[in-house]
Design a protein around this ligand. Structure first.
Ligand SMILES: Cc1ncc(COP(=O)(O)O)c(C=O)c1O
Length: 482
């Protein structure tokens, strides 16, 4: 919504697009939702999409494409080598980020595999504002250690800080000084930090991080998967940039970095991934790995149709009226929940609205996975599926101990251009009901726990019959409503 005021004085986001292709949704009765949740081992990743009313699991690969993206897909140049589609995407990346070299990959974690194999050696350290699950896994697999150097404000659930994704510059310098710069594989900045509520960093902060990296001669790697939201927040929250265009902000950010990578499932409304750089040595090092793991250099595991869609999607990302849609919906949902007393992460970030499970279900101990239990309860109550971002998403250490997460969040992602305001109002309504009945929600325990990235395939069960009690209360309050 671009500066639209309403006569009523009410504030709500206005969609700056119209819907021209639709997908029918089903809302199952609550008894069937309970059955589905049990069959899925109380893991929202294991639900079938046909049983889901609002799929708020992620924004990855589920953003709505525009008419321009769809039509671009029809002119894809399908050749193994030297495709014109590759040339178009590479020059779009150069136009937007100013980078000479481009390595396509099938998705974000494939970029992480390549970057980690190229730069991480056993015993080396990767300081970062905050980790992402797949990033950390790739660094660890290559023998590296992740050290988070986020500001203290970043891991507070509630704060007035507008840039909770900022790196703590002093902590960063201490890590480099204490370990020696030769032990630092690279420094990583994540745009729109996923695991702490989609919180942005400021342009000033990444400029300072770059100065430190230059001082110690260590590469700065930007994870730009959630760049769109971060760009929007710089534009609206960072005074020095309020008169700059999104393109100018993007270029200035890119100028700070040695390597930029992204999941195109998030950035650019498409599917795929990519690594861009101006450093020829790094490029050549990583290029060998693309051909080993991904495919030939000019497609890198992506379909050429997706590459065309991405070229257009990147252009659309440079339009403030496109990238402000999701943050405005998220802000609306967050503010409405606050009015109803529901604990949420503040300030509202990008990616999704984040419920604070540590407070929402403060009677559930962390080793019974409060955010996972809330995810299960919300699906049962509403048919909306979110994603646990808390202790369940962490990994056990070598001795089998379970580290407790800094935050227990239920992330309700807002895929870009997908939901209407009435759907968002529906889920706000059901969350409010659940909050009123939160004492009914109980914990979960593992019945199957995979070793790596356990949250994807792990199966859990309720510690008591709390789910049946929740269904009973729903029927009392909503009679025969779906
Ligand atoms: C910040 C960040 N980095 C990397 C990834 C991995 O990307 P992909 O899912 O395309 O492998 C994600 C995915 O959610 C992400 O949010």
């Amino acid at each position: 919504m671009s500066n639209i005021k309403f006569f009523s004085g009410e504030e709500f986001p206005l969609e700056m697009h119209k819907v021209r292709i639709v997908q029918k949704l089903e809302l199952l009765p609550i008894e069937e939702r309970l059955e589905c949740m049990k069959k899925a081992g109380n893991n929202t990743f294991l639900l079938n999409n046909r049983d889901v009313f609002m799929d708020m699991l992620t924004d990855s690969g589920v953003n709505a494409m525009s008419d321009r993206q769809q039509s671009a897909m029809l002119v894809a140049d399908d050749s193994y080598a030297g495709s014109e589609t590759f040339v178009r995407l590479k020059s779009k990346l150069k136009e937007i980020f100013g980078t000479e070299y481009f390595l396509p990959a099938h998705q974000g974690r494939a970029c992480e595999n390549i970057i980690s194999q190229a730069l991480v050696k056993p015993g080396t350290i990767v300081p970062m504002n905050y980790h992402f699950t797949t990033t950390k896994a790739h660094i660890n697999v290559n023998g590296g250690i992740v050290i988070e150097t986020i500001t203290d404000e970043g891991i507070k659930v509630n704060s007035y800080n507008q840039f909770k994704g900022n790196m703590d510059l002093q902590k960063l310098e201490e890590v480099i000084e204490n370990n020696g710069s030769e032990k630092i594989a690279f420094v990583r900045m994540e745009a729109g930090t996923n695991l702490i509520g989609g919180q942005p960093f400021s342009l000033e902060n990444i400029r300072e991080v770059n100065k430190i990296c230059k001082k110690y001669n260590v590469p700065l790697v930007l994870d730009a998967s959630l760049l769109a939201d971060n760009l929007h927040f710089i534009k609206v929250r960072e005074d020095a940039y309020k008169d700059k265009s999104i393109r100018e902000i993007t270029m200035e950010m890119a100028n700070q970095c040695d390597i930029i990578y992204f999941s195109a499932r998030k950035l650019g409304f498409a599917r795929g991934g990519g690594i861009i750089t101006n450093n020829e040595d790094l490029y050549l090092k990583m290029r060998e790995l693309v051909t080993l793991y991904e495919g030939f250099l000019t497609y890198g595991g992506m379909s050429v149709r997706e590459m065309e869609a991405l070229t257009v999607g990147l252009d659309e990302t440079m339009d403030e009226n496109v990238i402000n849609q999701a943050p405005q919906f998220i802000s609306y949902m967050t503010e409405e929940l606050i009015k109803r007393g529901v604990p949420v992460v503040t300030p509202a970030g990008g990616l999704g609205c984040h419920l604070d499970a540590m407070k929402f279900v403060d009677h559930i101990p962390q080793n019974q996975y409060p955010a996972g239990a809330l995810a299960s309860a919300l699906y049962i109550a509403s048919g909306a599926r979110g994603m646990e971002r808390g202790t369940l998403s962490e990994a056990r250490d070598e001795d089998g101990n379970e580290p407790l997460a800094n935050m227990e969040l239920l992330r309700l992602a807002m895929p870009r251009r997908v939901f209407t305001l009435s759907q968002v109002k529906y889920v706000i309504d059901r969350i409010t009901w659940l909050y009123e009945n939160r004492h009914l929600i109980g914990g979960l325990k593992f019945v199957e726990e995979p070793k790596t990235l356990r949250f994807f395939f792990g199966r859990l069960e309720a510690v008591s019959d709390w789910q049946e009690e929740l269904v009973k209360k729903f029927r009392q309050d909503f009679a025969d409503s779906l």
